[in-house]
Ligand binder design. Sequence first.
Ligand code: GLN
Length: 551
Amino acid sequence: MPRYIFCTGGVVSSVGKGVTAAAIGRILKARGLKVAIQKLDPYLNVDPGTMSPYQHGEVFVTVDGAETDLDLGHYERFTDENLDRACNVTTGQIYSEVIAAERRGDYLGGTIQVVPHITNEIKRRIHLVDRNDDLDVVIVEVGGTVGDIEGQPFLEAIRQLRKEVGRSSALFVHVTFLPHIGATGELKTKPTQHSVRELRGIGIQPQVIIARADFEVSQEMCEKIALACDVDPEAVIPLVTTDNLYKIPLILEDAGLGNYLVKALELDAKPPDLAEWRRMIDKMVRAQDTVRIAIVGKYVELHDAYMSVKEALTHAAVTTNHRLEIEWIHSSDLERNKGFDQLEGVAGIVVPGGFGERGVEGKIMAARYARERNIPYLGLCLGMQVMCIEFARHVLGYEDANSSEFENKTDHAVIDLMPDQRSITKMGGTMRLGWYACDLTAGTKSAAAYGMERIQERHRHRFEFNNTYREDFENAGMVFSGFSPDGRLVEISEIKDHPFMVGSQFHPEFQSRPNRPHPLFVAFMKAAVDYDEPKDEKKTKSKVKENHVAN
Ligand code: GLN
């Protein structure tokens, strides 16, 4: 029977509850414990797959093809474990299940209520995470902030669950925020006290309080919180905003949280070994030279929409001892002949995944810019598709080449709907999702990057390279370097006479970890650093003026 750590949030949202849960996972794993983390999302959508990135940020895809909350990305990156669909539960899923059971007649005429039917279903979902009985700890993060109406059934469910598994087998960690009053220059604990009072009102007494703040939190302040909230003084953990998320496990560990949790939950743990993690942070901190990479997308004002891409680039930059600087470029700006100054002098260009027509022409321009100037390019899903469209238009001369996602009247749909997608009408969860194998072609840049023949990568797409054009592309210098094992789907394409222009139909960013950077990102970063090396040459390159508007 595993132990449970329930993480709730108080005062305000967006204080890094997900990263905190992930960091707790890392410090427990460092003690030899097997950990999984689950996110309970109180919204009514069944999953975030159909939500706009403006609403939700990135959709993180698990190996088993679930479209999940971006916090799962943090959990995987910090714990270096693959999670599955059981690790993200929404109110939408809970109600769908309960209502379907009611329609089947499973409740035999009973009245269906939030308590116990909804709360029971929530508890069942939590137990699905520990269906593999080798887990030592399940960390459960409840999304939102205490006091949210839609979060109530989740809080009631975790309150009941602690009672059921026994009080020493579960504890509550409450993540709050201490606002800073500029006029007096002090941090305030009152909102924390109020949110704990609110939790107590529903029967939850937190054992640990993580006090997030933008300024140093004094010992005295921690003692005040401990006294007012009835928590052990050593269990009030200050967590000041940091420049590097990956330092958080070390901050929590050094504040004594790991030992406190082990003792409180009577865990049979080894002494913590965070030596490798500390070395990784040292390497990140020591990196002085910057490498400037452009991300050309349509949600660039919202960096959360590209969370895993940003993190994968950060991980890769560390391998070349560089500090990453991202140039965020709006693809629709390029369409208006703006933003090219931002592209000048970058060491590499990434076009990430995306859906819908808006901004696509700008992404095609970015691919052209990279191809014509020999700038390292990494295309991720849509980024691979635009790389192929660009190649068809400007190398093969098919002026109207496009993806049928954006233009279905074209004579040259070089990217087309996958046959198994043609009859699909429902939007939710119906893409080609999750892990699929891909065989690499020997002698290609991709095969060299991975150093193996068969890989498994995560997917999320409906369209694919149109095989009718394979030969045309190959004859003109495109190399298809990765295929589905049946040879049917192009998974990776790369341009032969280019330092590094590679696009993958899958999303490698979901599998990059700070301690195990993704090989494709590493190869891209090496190419970017090589490209950037002769600085003087770079400056000359950036002075070249061209008409950037695709014709
Ligand atoms: N919209 C494209 C497709 O569905 C690309 C998807 C993506 O970039 N994740 O195939």
